[in-house]
Design a protein around this ligand. Sequence first.
Ligand SMILES: [Zn+2]
Length: 400
Amino acid sequence: MANLLKDVVIDEKSRPKQLLLEKHVDYLLKYGKVSVFRFVTFNPNRPRHGSSTESVWLWITVGLCTECRVRALKNRAFILIRFSNYVCPKDANDFEFCTTEYLRMSGMYWVLTTLAVAKKLDTVQRDQFLDFIDECWDSSSGGYSACPGHDPHILYTLSAVQIAATLDAIERLPSDDIVRYVRSLQNPDGSFAGDRWGEVDTRFSFCAVATLALLGRLHLDDNDNGTDNSIDLESAVRFVLSCQNFDGGFGSRPNAESHAGLIYCCVGFLSVVRRLASIDGDTLAWWLSERQLPSGGLNGRPEKLPDVCYSWWVISSLTMLGRQRWIDSDRLKAYILASQDVETGGFSDRPGDLPDPFHTVFGVAALSLLGEPGLLQVSPTFCMPQQVIDRLGVTSQILS
Ligand SMILES: [Zn+2]
């Protein structure tokens, strides 16, 4: 029985045909105003800078609306969320804001990367991002969490390193501790756990080598072994290769279903460690090119709807494999552009849905790989501006 084809119908007349870059920048900056914040730890019994307790509390509540200020002064919570842009903390109590704490670090990476690729990095306050990273660092493990008070995780550790790299601040990171953290998560079979609770996934193999590479601590040359052999690279490669399926794709573990997002992670891993020649690129590229639907969009697995984020996972993998031409780039570009929100800015997963920063960064990054003018060139391996990767002197394997 043939695979069921699910797709969307795009209205050719009304769909946006140009990249609305300024709108996307505005959308992200507006989004950033409620996302970029600082946790202020305050002991009400210990006045600072010679001020009285009362005046310090009043200073902390500057910018809050009357209702929130009264509530803050009444409760005197030990930790008060205060926005650096003086945005009312009603937003901090917003259900969606609170329930997305677990991905805030990656959210900041998505916003920052989009602005960097749009050549608008000068619109962000660099120190706010770097201060946030510092507050998310866990000195005992060496890793970073998504938000202050959360457990460290290798995914957010990579995001923190990517943010610092984009802001040209990699030297201020505690590299030795981060390497220690990454190393601590490798299992005897070469796989990596995401955190100390032990979930294993090929995403974490990519996070491990990408983090080490950006820090300049991944050593591929045998001559480097013994000087700083941070992970067991050979067993890490063996594990990732064991996750390739008969259809050419990769899953999260051996024998797990092929999935475009995990294919990006495995191909990205092999690109970082320069082992792309170890896989059957033709079969894999065939599976990836089968993801394109009549609308031009790409899905992540058979029988799924198209989604802008898969535009990135698929086109970046094909680019690393030197087979970008195996799909129709013009139709893919038309699908991505059709997924822009013409009113608010931002990209959604598919035309007509609500936009979000996640689909915005992957929409913009995919357009960069497709040669959209006005954007910085993106590294298909790291999903960061190529000029940042070049500045760090990091190289990855891209087949031609
Ligand atoms: Zn998506």
